[in-house]
Ligand binder design. Structure first.
Ligand code: SAH
Length: 460
């Protein structure tokens, strides 16, 4: 982050604008929305700025800039049409440690003014650091259309009752839950419709009711998808933004974790290098304990929680403890890998069914119904099959599948490390070693794999 975003209290801010043409006028117009004390110095003044001066909104000095103009100023905008003069004023200001912005000259800006979506008291400020102004304008348009103007009313409503809520509800968590309820429901609707009287009445009823401060923990079992954060569901994202505590494991990508509420406590229960992961029963108990303490717990799992995710076991423990929960499906690795590798899992000419199986080795053997798997017209997807690859190939051939059956390995599907290799039962092991395929990786078996060559579209 080259630029650090902050919001300045402009109550006592003294600001100098050098130049009073149209460019300067635009900055002044922006500053006039604040309480900053604005001085403008320029020998020539455009009509707009003249008007601001006659209205007494800026202090205008009609002459060429002098060094003394910087006295007692905290911030200066330089917008004369002489780049030499601009540079000179910039250097003086920097020497005096005054924040300086030479308009439309990013290298000479110690700070830059962001693109603003104004729903005061809610203000969204955005910047591309001057490198992608069109993209920024595009994003701003999106936000302008996405965020109702009436959010302002909601902001003002929150401001009005903030103190009262603080007096009534003692802990931060209680207050957050209370406000989240208010903002999620019909009170907020009423505020935005302008029905203030109804809104206030309902609000006070809720605040004074017994359950205003009741904090009941809950667990959200959330599928985080195979890695690409774009593949999260809206619901997953919404709950992640609400979480007090997030319990996650190794398969949850850092990009996805970024989207969790910033203040949430993040607990890692996956395998660290050379260490074992937290045993499943401890995870089950941890979830229950956190929820019983009144927290909203997001249990974030790679892919889908109900596909090789042990989500069911976690829920059983929660039920034993009387903790309520929700389950949010995620895109499982097989779907992510197949889509991004251009391998349809079923196809009229290739496969009429698809099976998800585990290739996890226990005592060097995989106890699977090989006969059931080795069917014609069927695609098999093996999770956790990297180390078991030789056994998988051997067993499927032994149970009647042709040795030249196409097989693919997809590493870290949908992420930057996404890699696909294909071969046959006979060749794949060597190919995988050569390509240095690393976990997490998925194995896809069946003639659909032959479509990869034609349908492959994703390059990380
Ligand atoms: N619940 C998860 C699966 C957990 S089991 C899901 O629905 O996807 C862990 C196995 O999933 C890994 O060993 C690997 O085989 C597979 N896997 C998970 N993420 C993957 C990814 N991005 N690319 C390839 N395989 C992945």
């Amino acid at each position: 982050m080259k630029y650090f975003p902050i919001f300045l209290d402009t109550q006592d801010l003294t600001c100098l604008v050098v130049g009073a043409g149209e460019v300067a006028a635009r900055k002044i117009e922006l500053l006039l929305k604040t309480s900053a004390k604005i001085t403008v110095v320029a020998p020539w003044v455009c009509d707009t700025v003249k008007r601001y001066a006659t209205e007494g909104r800026v202090h205008l000095i009609e002459r060429i800039f002098e060094s003394d103009d910087l006295n007692d100023k905290q911030m200066v905008f330089v917008a004369t049409d002489d780049s030499q003069i601009n540079k000179g004023i910039h250097d003086e200001a920097r020497a005096l440690k005054i924040l300086v912005n030479v308009v439309d000259n990013t290298p000479l800006c110690q700070f830059i003014t962001p693109s603003i979506v104004d729903r005061s008291p809610i203000i969204i400020a955005m910047s591309s650091g001057g490198v992608a102004p069109v993209l920024l304008r595009y994003m701003r348009q999106k936000l302008e259309s996405l965020i109702p103007q009436k959010i302002s009313l909601l902001g003002q409503f929150s401001e009005k009752f903030r103190e009262l809520v603080k007096q009534k509800l003692k802990t931060v968590t209680e207050r957050r839950y209370f406000w989240e309820d208010v903002l999620d429901g019909d009170i907020a609707e009423n505020v935005m419709q302008g029905n203030n009287q109804i809104a206030e009445q309902k609000f006070l009823e809720k605040l004074n009711s017994d359950d205003a401060s009741q904090t009941q923990g809950e667990v959200y079992l959330v599928g985080a998808g195979p890695g690409d954060p774009d593949l999260l569901t809206f619901r997953a994202l919404r709950l992640m933004q609400k979480a007090d505590v997030v319990v996650y494991d190794r398969l949850v990508s850092p990009e996805v974790l970024e989207l969790v509420r910033r203040d949430a406590e993040k607990i890692y229960v996956g395998k660290a290098k050379s260490k074992h992961s937290v045993p499943q029963d401890e995870i089950n108990e941890l979830l229950a304990k956190q929820a019983l303490a009144g927290n909203r717990v997001v249990r974030l799992k790679g892919g889908d929680p109900f596909i090789f995710g042990r989500g069911g076991e976690e829920l059983e423990t929660l039920i034993e403890h009387g903790v309520s929960f929700q389950v949010v499906p995620g895109i499982t690795a097989a779907n992510g890998a197949a889509s991004y590798a251009g391998i349809p899992l079923t196809h009229r000419d290739h496969a009429k069914s698809v099976v998800f199986a585990t290739g996890h080795l226990r005592d060097n053997s995989i106890n699977l119904n090989w006969q059931g798997l080795a069917q014609p017209d069927q695609t098999i997807v093996f999770y956790m099959g990297l180390t078991g690859l030789p056994i998988i190939c051997e067993q499927l051939v032994k149970h009647g599948m042709p040795a030249n059956t196409p097989i693919a390995m997809v590493q870290s599907a949908t992420t930057e490390q996404h890699k696909v290799v294909t071969g046959t039962f006979e060749t794949i092991q060597e190919i995988a070693i050569k390509a240095n395929i690393q976990p997490p990786a998925l194995i896809i078996v069946g003639s659909v794999v032959s479509l990869h060559e034609k349908l492959n579209w994703f390059t990380p």
